[in-house]
Every structure is written in structure tokens, then in C-alpha cells.
Design a protein around this ligand. Sequence first.
Ligand SMILES: Cc1ncc(COP(=O)(O)O)c(C=O)c1O
Length: 404
Amino acid sequence: MSGVCESFLLISGGWFLAEKDYRPHEVCLEVGLLGFMRQVGQPGLINLAAGVPAAELLPVEGLKRAFRKATQELGRGMWVYQTPEGHGPLRETLAHRLRGRGVKLAGSDVLITTGCTQALHLAIRAVAGPGDVVACESPCYYNTLEQIAGVGARALPLPMSRERGLWLEEAEVLLKRHRPKAMVLCSTLSNPSGASIAPRDRRKWVEMARRLGVTIIEDDIYAELSDGRAPKPLRAYDDGSTVLYVTSYCKSVSPGLRVGCAVPGRWFESMVAMKCQADLHGSLLSEATLDAFLKSPDMEKHGERLKEVCRRKRAKARGVMEACFPEGTEISRSEGGFMLWVELPERRDLKAVSEKALRRGVSFARGEVFSCVAPQRSGMRINCAKVTEEELVRGLEILGECLA
Ligand SMILES: Cc1ncc(COP(=O)(O)O)c(C=O)c1O
């Protein structure tokens, strides 16, 4: 293993299961999900930490039109209880969109959730329990780590390379050795690395998982922010027995709507039962509005504009960091999305850097929150889409000074 390891470029993370005494809720309070969510909307802060788009980028007029259309069409029916599976027309619309990306499914296969967060929460609970191992990317979206720990399972980090993202052959060795129940993969524009599984490898990942009896929980939340067309998800190579698909429209349309979905396959009944126990059903107002918006020409126009702005801001941010960050800093070449993943040439005390930056009104996401083992390199996730271009430049210049 060590020979393989040496020849492999690790972005961060390691080869071992998370320490038994990893306390996600403590990390969460300090710098994780809760900490980030409490920074949202903090006045005066140049927020490069939270993974959300600026309010100015949201399709507010289109959503208002969609809301009006939905209320006209549904009348009193928009203000009542609905079934736990969610708004029927939206389930059909989401199935239609996924069929366009090569997935064979019907509306009845779709479970509407409160954001991707709830879809992930239910999916991990449907598949794993206390004492199980659940593999995840390294680095990995921090709430995925928190959710794995939340069911009493242990995270198995799967290392990623900057050029290729996850490496199938390496993952297979680790999966055979540690026999996880599931692996959570952000197949396109992963958070925070920005890496995507290459289209030519997608079928191989599904076949490998099936052979080893490992369920893939595919988090596809960023796919619609791809610079080109969104690729076929892993679920396109499965029949619902190996891949449990989750996503949301919180990144590509509006986080405030809080609408996501799962295509749970053989876990449908257990997930819908848990969903019903948790909140009966999602908000019909949001679901009917999203449905009307997705069916309108506003969706395509909005998607193109959002992608264009993100592309421009990522390029701007890259230029500033190349000029102001320490020499040897490496920046991800993300082909879409809001974020850039940055690795510093030497290990730094990023807690101190972050405190210094916060005193000067700038926040960023520290790399260690994306890892359940001590990261080998100091990483930073920079969200380019929440602030104006001027703030982005200013914020990154301040970070450069804090790192100097
Ligand atoms: C990879 C990933 N999955 C899920 C989520 C949760 O998204 P939502 O706002 O839809 O709950 C996020 C949010 O940042 C994310 O980055």
C-alpha cells in the first residue's frame, strides 16, 4: 500500500479510518456546518466561506412569476397537507430532467426532500447504522462527515488526486480491505475539491460497487453548474439496486426554497417512512413554485447566466490568488460551480490565519473541516459566487496579506 500511496498525489486526508474520538458536533460548532450557517447574512463580512451564490444571482423575478402561476393553477390545493413523497407534478418534472441525462426512471421513483441535506440524512440512515463503515471522498463536504458520524458509523476517506479526482483502483483496494456499507460520492464538481468522476469511468465505479456489495450514495448537487452539459450521473448506469441518488435545486435555483430530491431505488419505502416521521412532507409552496419555474423558459436563461458569472468570478479569483498567495500555491481547475480549492505549499496554522482574516472582515473555509483525519496539506475552500467581484478581489488580497 505504501508504494501505491507514495506514487499518488493526495489532496488531503489519509488512508485510515477516522479516529474513534472524532467529535463532529464539536468541529461543527467551531468551523463546520453550524458555524458556516451562522455566518450567512452577517453584515460587513466578505464571506468566501459559505457555499452559496449571492442573492443578486438568484432568479427572483422568475420565481415570483412561477409562484403566481402555481397559486393560480393549484388554488386552495396549494395550502394543504400533501403526501410524504412530495408534489406529484414536481416528481414528474424531476424524473423528466433526469431522463434527459440518461437515467431510466418514472416520477413515482422520485422522493422530494427538504434540500439535499435531508436527502443525504435519510440516505445514510437507510443504508448504514452504528459501527458500520461508510466511505467518502477526502476531502469531503463537511456535513457528509457529520452525517456519517451522526449515525454512529465511521468514515473511510478515499483519497483524490488533483488531476483525476477519485482513483478507482485505489478505492477498490480500500473498499476490499474495510468493507464499507456505502460510499458517498459527489460525482460532479465535488465539494470542496471541484473534481468530477470522468464520464468514461462512471460505469466502472457502479460495476465495482455492485461487485463488492457497496451502495453508492451519489450526491449530484453541483452537476447543473457544470460549464458544459451536466454529465450522466452514476445512477444512469444502475437500476436502483446499487446507486442511491440525491440532489437539490438549492445551488442551481434558490437555497431558500429548500427543495431537493432522492431517487432511492430499493430504499424508497424506508426513506419515505423516515421522511414522514421527520416532517410529514416538504413545503408544497416551494415545491409547486420550483415545478413552475423549471417548466418555464426562465430556468434555462438563469442557468446560463449563473454559470457565466461563476466562470468569470473563478477566473478572477484565480488571477488574484496567483498574484497574492504564497508561491507554490495550487488552485483547483474546477470546470463549473462556485468554488475553488486551494492548497498551500507548506503547512500553516489556518486557525490563526482565519482569526486574523476575520478581524479584517474576511472569512474562508479551512481545509481541516473537510477531512476526518489530519490533512497532509493546508487547504482552503474559496467561494467566489457569494460576493461582488470587487469584494472578491479585496477579500483575496487580504487573505494573501494574512498568509504572507
Ligand atoms: C456536496 C453537498 N451536498 C449537499 C449540500 C446541502 O445542500 P442543500 O442546501 O440542498 O441542503 C451541500 C451544500 O453545501 C453540498 O455542498
